[in-house]
Design a binder for this molecule. Structure first.
Ligand SMILES: [Zn+2]
Ligand SMILES: [Zn+2]
Length: 421
């Protein structure tokens, strides 16, 4: 094996800079944690990010991309390809229950309801990490062949009802073009792994996520005279059970798993009236775009046909949220040695598919992308019982931040070196 400093000339510089930057990254993360902002409202966060990038001398700092996003380019000392790194800045309508000195006590409105705001998915950590990466790479720019594009996006957790936003809009507004990006990397901090541990997976990693709503229209009548109406509660109940046969009877589960869940069943006002209509709402998850279409067709047909059989009518609405997060197999294979070198061979492993969704998938549809998970549960806690992402008790062990800075920096620099003309 070659000496690391001959093969990877930046490793010593990455390690030294990451050590030096760690207190800053922790401070940024705490500041963001204490001042969380919901999707498309990340004005304060975006300003701190943009000011930082300008102060570092980034060549282009574009603000208000997809409402509040920031896209910046750092050109190296020599020409070469362009690599992108992405973080997201939005928090969630969750009331924090973690007792830290920088606990969020903010309150706001979410879709018309009063609620707390919390960085319950660790986007504070991801934004702070990418700010650290920005500073690290700016310090090495003279030696870089090519350019690094940093993407700080809003609204990963979906924008408020009635608004557009997130990665889909970032891509539409050209964040991967001019200069054109050759590959993109991103990470997520997760409770399911201990600090220091990295999880990855080639191919489908996270599910597509689509919402559906079914309005079952019957005919209202007296509860004691059901034959004079059409009972949408009974028809709706049959639809719930019918939908559960899609994954168990219709899908080839040996190819990829999938999920159809009904999470809302609403209808009726009192026990002695059969109502006019009931509403079902649910989610569809899949790991394959062809199966995703099949699932949609089954949900629609089963709902409509069961309703018809009962004399009712079902109106089915399906909203496509996020595509499957698919790690480019070749890029994944290429990335793993970099992660192992930085984190340690025994600290990097393959993880199971995750039924959660990520809008990183929209970047991966446009260019090869690699998305990995980094543990943030302290080693003295059990990952099986640690509060998951989105919980009001979600806790980020700040010791993970430095590893995030180092791995993203190394992936960017390794990729530029490997793809220099
Ligand atoms: Zn989340
Ligand atoms: Zn997240």
């Amino acid at each position: 094996m070659n000496a690391p400093d001959t093969v990877f000339p930046f490793d010593a510089a990455i390690a030294a800079a990451a050590d030096k930057l760690e207190p800053k990254v922790v401070a940024w993360r705490r500041d963001f944690h204490q001042h969380p902002e919901l999707g498309n409202r990340e004005k304060r966060t975006a300003k701190i990010v943009a000011d930082h990038l300008r102060a570092l001398g980034f060549d282009e700092v574009r603000e208000q991309v997809a409402h509040t996003g920031v896209v910046a380019v750092l050109k190296g000392g020599r020409p070469g390809p362009v690599v992108a790194l992405r973080a997201d800045m939005d928090a969630l309508p969750v009331t924090e229950e973690v007792n830290v000195p920088f606990k969020s006590t903010q309150r706001t409105q979410w879709n018309g309801m009063d609620c707390g705001v919390m960085h319950a998915c660790g986007h504070d950590a991801r934004t702070a990490i990418l700010m650290g990466v920005a500073e690290l790479l700016a310090g090495l720019r003279a030696q870089i062949a090519g350019a690094v594009k940093l993407i700080f996006q809003p609204a990963e957790e979906t924008p408020p009802i009635g608004e557009d936003g997130g990665a889909r809009l970032m891509v539409e507004q050209g964040c991967l073009r001019d200069p054109d990006v050759g590959a993109i990397f991103g990470l997520h901090v997760v409770s399911i792994l201990p600090t220091g541990q990295i999880g990855y997976r080639s191919g489908p990693l996270m599910a597509s996520a689509d919402d559906f709503r079914v309005f079952v229209r019957g005919v209202q009548t007296h509860a004691a005279l059901p034959w004079l109406g059409i009972d949408p509660i009974v028809v709706g109940s049959q639809i719930v059970l019918g939908l559960q046969t899609i994954v168990s009877r219709r899908m080839n589960i040996t190819h990829e798993p999938s999920i159809v869940t009904v999470g809302v069943f609403q209808g009726g006002v009192r026990g002695n009236i059969i109502p006019d209509e009931v509403k079902l709402e649910g989610t569809i998850r899949s790991f394959d775009e062809v199966q995703r279409e099949e699932l949609h067709a089954h949900v629609k047909r089963i709902s409509e046909m069961i309703a018809q059989a009962g004399g009712a009518k079902a109106n089915v609405h399906i909203h496509r949220w996020y595509d499957v997060t698919v790690n480019h197999p070749k890029l994944t294979e290429w990335s793993v040695p970099s992660l192992e070198r930085i984190a340690g061979d025994d600290r990097v492993g393959v993880i199971d598919k995750q039924c959660g969704a990520e809008d990183f998938s929209f970047y991966q549809k446009a260019v090869p992308g690699f998305f990995y998970f980094m543990g943030c549960t302290p080693p003295d806690r059990d990952v099986k019982t640690a509060a998951p992402n989105h919980s009001p008790r979600f806790y980020v062990d700040e010791k993970c931040l430095k590893l995030g800075v180092k791995t993203l920096s190394a992936l960017a620099l390794d990729w530029l070196a490997a793809n220099a003309g």
